[in-house]
Design a binder for this molecule. Structure first.
Ligand code: SAM
Ligand code: SF4
Length: 322
């Protein structure tokens, strides 16, 4: 069996695993104001079950795994999961997306356990605005987390900035400067209003972000060697700072999408924008490894890469892992 879906397209080789729906921040674009009804502990896959899925996935062509959440560092024993996943044959890249709040504490252990690198979400360099976006006064902790990631060679470190109209759009140039000074890759992400309850007035297209940067720095040069299935990379002519643009709304990348998403409760979503998922939990609880592999393979083969306009789903980003 193979992870190749169609030889003309990118192989499906990337699995995002959400390990929890819990989080220590309350970002306005991710968590609903009233919070999400949290899954009971017994509903969540154990680390052994996640390992079983990841091993089956690796045998089907998955070679990159991202651990995400909710906030993955909130789940107890997360370092042991990293160690387990990093030992799976065929997994070349094991990465994590974190809000960075507790990264200072974990960076060294994560590196030793086999984590390749981290993406850190940070939407404001201004303390008050950080509180406005995330609901918590944790900017200093995140900045310390970034330093710890650098010290422990969890690089290249990518900073994910969701650009929010009228909230942090005035910080775009500050982030470029921050990336340049700290030698970090800065990635501007378009806000996706994937749930009806998310605010409907925050979207700012990335071409506007690019215009703002070019007005100050001059034309941005493409860095094609770094392009991924979702991000396009550029750099200003007179600077080495790398800038990524992830534009799922203005420039969807469905045709080159190479990822599947596993939720903390064992649902495998072939597409972020579809409500359809394959439930792996029953097969996992029966210890039926053959059936798990069959279901995973089915999800790979049935992943649609047809263009999908952004639509409302019944999910929240904190549940599906972003
Ligand atoms: N808690 C971790 C964090 O914030 O990095 C990991 C989970 S979070 C759901 C993963 C990524 O999804 C983050 O980079 C976050 O900024 C992004 N994200 C969440 N909601 C989003 C939205 N509505 N539109 C675009 N990106 C979003
Ligand atoms: Fe938590 Fe990450 Fe969602 Fe923010 S984006 S609420 S940090 S899961």
């Amino acid at each position: 069996m193979t992870g190749l879906h169609d030889p003309s397209q990118r192989p499906i080789n990337y699995l995002r695993i959400s390990v929890t729906d819990r989080c220590n921040l309350r970002c306005i674009y991710c968590m609903p104001a009233e919070g999400v009804s949290l899954m009971p502990h017994q509903a969540i896959l154990t680390y052994e079950e996640i390992y079983t899925v990841a091993k089956a996935a690796a045998e089907l062509g998955i070679n990159k795994i991202r651990i995400t959440g909710g906030e993955p560092l909130r789940r107890r024993g997360i370092v042991s999961l990293v160690r387990m996943l990093s030992n799976i044959k065929g997994i070349k890249e094991l990465v994590m997306t974190t809000n960075g709040v507790e990264l200072e504490k974990f960076a060294s252990e994560l590196k030793k356990a086999g984590l390749s690198r981290v993406n850190i979400s940070l939407d404001s360099l201004n303390r008050k605005k950080f509180v406005q976006i995330t609901g918590k006064d944790k900017l200093i902790d995140v900045l310390r987390g970034i330093e710890a990631a650098k010290e422990n060679n969890l690089h290249p470190i990518k900073i994910n900035v969701v650009v929010l109209k009228g909230i942090n759009e005035d910080e775009i140039l500050d982030f470029v400067r921050f990336g340049s000074e700290k030698k970090l890759i800065i990635r501007f992400i378009e806000y996706m209003q994937i749930n009806q309850s998310y605010p409907n007035n925050l979207y700012l297209p990335n071409f506007v972000v690019k215009q703002i940067i070019e007005k100050h720095w001059g034309p941005l040069e493409p860095v094609s060697s770094l392009d991924s299935s979702s991000a396009r990379y550029f750099k200003p002519k007179d600077s080495n700072v790398l800038l990524g643009f992830i534009s799922p709304v203005s420039s969807p990348f469905c045709s080159s999408c190479n990822r599947l998403r596993l939720t903390a409760e064992g649902k495998l979503y072939p597409c972020l924008l579809e409500n359809f998922a394959v439930d792996l939990k029953k097969a996992l609880r029966r210890n039926d490894e053959v059936y798990i592999k069959h279901l995973f393979d089915w999800a790979i083969k049935n992943k649609s890469r047809k263009y999908r306009k952004l639509c409302k789903t019944d999910k929240f980003m904190c549940q599906i892992g972003g």
